[in-house]
Design a protein around this ligand. Structure first.
Ligand SMILES: Cc1cc2nc3c(=O)[nH]c(=O)nc-3n(C[C@H](O)[C@H](O)[C@H](O)COP(=O)(O)OP(=O)(O)OC[C@H]3O[C@@H](n4cnc5c(N)ncnc54)[C@H](O)[C@@H]3O)c2cc1C
Length: 486
């Protein structure tokens, strides 16, 4: 069976030994036992365990042509029912983290599926490159591989018309071609879960003019010369009671450094190719399928936020106030909007040029723009409703100390004991105020390019000639025509 269990994922990731740096120290030993990583690795392991559960396996996987079962994110949909199957599986995995794992393996596995479906595009440079893509997809489904990715140049100078034409640019670029492959030097902005996946997919950012950056490939996370420089972990080693989210779901974001990394020819999908750098995004259905995964995760996340808010309200009995009801209604509107946009994309789905049933782009693009703007308002709502409750949150150790009696008495809720109340408010704090919670807000705004660039792309690509013509026609009606019609 191609599907792996949580333990298999842990064993494999422990054997990999990629070069990860956290707070000035290189991670040595088992990743699954490192204090900054063990929470996220065990949360990911739980995902793999879910997919092999007897009662879940049909929901979470499909039979590949070779008869093995592989994760449903790898499944290329052919019908609208297939899209629905994908939606159910995506949401099922998202439920295990309240949608807080942006990079559950189905995100990149979906991306790989779309690149595989459109692999023919890559033959324009060399037919071997499309074979490389097909081979990677086969290997990934057969071994249930997980991926991270890095698409963007480092944030050095974002001023207008800033191009780094220097001999040794900061952004990852080709320095040499050899009989064994290409040599890459430089850095990429970020890879969430860098080093915690089997491989990393490296694709170019849009709008390139310099051939040296126009490369696409995938390499194992432990490739020599590949380095992940992680930020400080938001898993501070606290208990699940104290940091219910940070202790479980901090995905860690890393700068990716390539110290003269050899990328073998069989791992390359294109190189020094500006046309393919754009075509791979424009001509594949990368956007639609990826955002379909994203929007489904966001639905589950919004449900989790709604549930948390409702628990806070009940705990301190503020549900009777108009403004509280209005704020909850805002979250419900967001939830129903996201659900409607996903369904709309599925209803309007069409077979694309690669034979893949592809959800409609427009509602998904709208969902992406909308969520990037609405998400930060959820934190605001939680803070406005929680008020001081979000800082009156003694920790687990306080409940296990001589002051327990005081806490039990003074921190009780209207409908709960002190321990339950603090648990709920700690969750709300971790969702909206902690380092983990604020990073979630940043993530939802920026992981796909930022609110401004998302809106700009929608403005540029949304077909609206029909609407324009209808208004023009209305304006051109003469009084005589109107009178005749009457
Ligand atoms: C939590 C998190 C996780 C991420 N994970 C990944 C990952 O796994 N893989 C990956 O590839 N990427 C990842 N990203 C990166 C993400 O793709 C970028 O953050 C996004 O593309 C925006 O780029 P930037 O961060 O460099 O912002 P910048 O482009 O530097 O923007 C900074 C500010 O300058 C403004 N600005 C910049 N250029 C212009 C312009 N031309 N016109 C107008 N305003 C401009 C922006 O609007 C913004 O306000 C992640 C980002 C975050 C925050």
């Amino acid at each position: 069976m191609a599907l792996i269990s949580g333990q298999q994922y842990i064993d494999r990731i422990n054997q990999l030994k990629p070069e990860i740096w956290i707070e000035g120290k290189q991670v040595t030993g088992k990743l699954s036992e490192h204090p900054a990583l063990k929470g996220i690795i065990s949360s990911k392991a739980r995902l793999y365990d879910i997919q092999v559960q007897k009662d879940m396996i049909d929901k979470m996987s499909f039979k590949t042509p070779s008869g093995e079962r592989a994760g449903l994110a790898f499944f290329p949909p052919k019908t609208k029912e297939d899209l629905e199957r994908r939606r159910i599986a995506i949401q099922e995995w998202a439920k295990s983290s309240g949608g807080l794992l942006g990079r559950s393996p189905d995100y990149l596995n979906t991306i790989l599926m779309t690149f595989m479906q459109s692999a023919e595009l890559l033959s324009s440079q060399d037919p071997k490159f499309s074979q490389n893509m097909l081979h990677l997809y086969k290997k990934a489904t057969k071994n249930d591989l997980s991926f991270t990715h890095t698409f963007v140049h480092p944030q050095v100078n974002r001023g207008p018309f800033q191009f780094d034409f220097s001999e040794d640019p900061v952004a990852a670029h080709i320095t040499k071609k050899t009989k064994d492959g290409i040599i890459i030097r430089g850095a990429r902005l970020l890879a969430t879960q860098g080093g915690l996946t089997d491989e990393i997919i490296v694709f170019p950012q849009g709008g390139l003019t310099d051939l040296r950056f126009a490369n696409g490939f995938s390499i194992p996370a432990n490739t020599p010369g590949l380095k992940f420089i992680a930020r400080e972990s938001f898993d501070y080693g606290k208990s699940h009671f104290d940091h219910p989210l940070g202790s479980r779901f901090d995905e860690l974001d890393s700068v990716v450094v390539f110290d003269d990394v050899l990328v073998p020819w069989e791992n390359i999908f294109f190189y020094e190719n500006i046309e393919l750098s754009n075509d791979i995004y424009n001509k594949s259905s990368f956007f639609q399928h990826t955002v379909h995964q994203v929007a489904n995760r966001c639905i589950v996340k919004t449900e989790f936020i709604l549930g948390t808010i409702q628990l806070m309200i009940q705990t301190i009995n503020i549900g009777g106030y108009d403004h509280v009801q209005e704020k909850v209604a805002d979250v419900i509107v967001a939830l129903e909007t996201m659900k409607a946009l996903v369904l709309s994309s599925e209803i309007q789905a069409k077979i694309d040029r690669w034979g893949t049933m592809t959800p409609a782009k427009e509602p998904l693009h709208a969902a992406l723009c909308y969520y990037a703007k609405i998400y930060p308002t959820f934190s605001d709502i939680i803070q406005k409703l929680g008020a001081s409750g979000l800082v009156s949150i003694p920790g687990e150790k306080d409940f296990d100390s001589p002051i327990r009696e005081d806490i039990d008495k003074y921190l009780q809720g209207a409908n709960s004991n002190a321990e339950d109340r603090v648990k709920i408010f700690r969750l709300a704090w971790d969702l909206s105020m902690s380092a983990f919670g604020t990073r979630q807000s940043l993530y939802e705004q920026y992981f796909f390019g930022g609110p401004l660039s998302l809106s700009k792309r929608l403005y540029l690509n949304y077909y609206r000639d029909d609407q324009l013509n209808r208004v023009k026609a209305f304006l051109s009606i003469t009084d005589e025509e109107e009178e005749t019609a009457e």
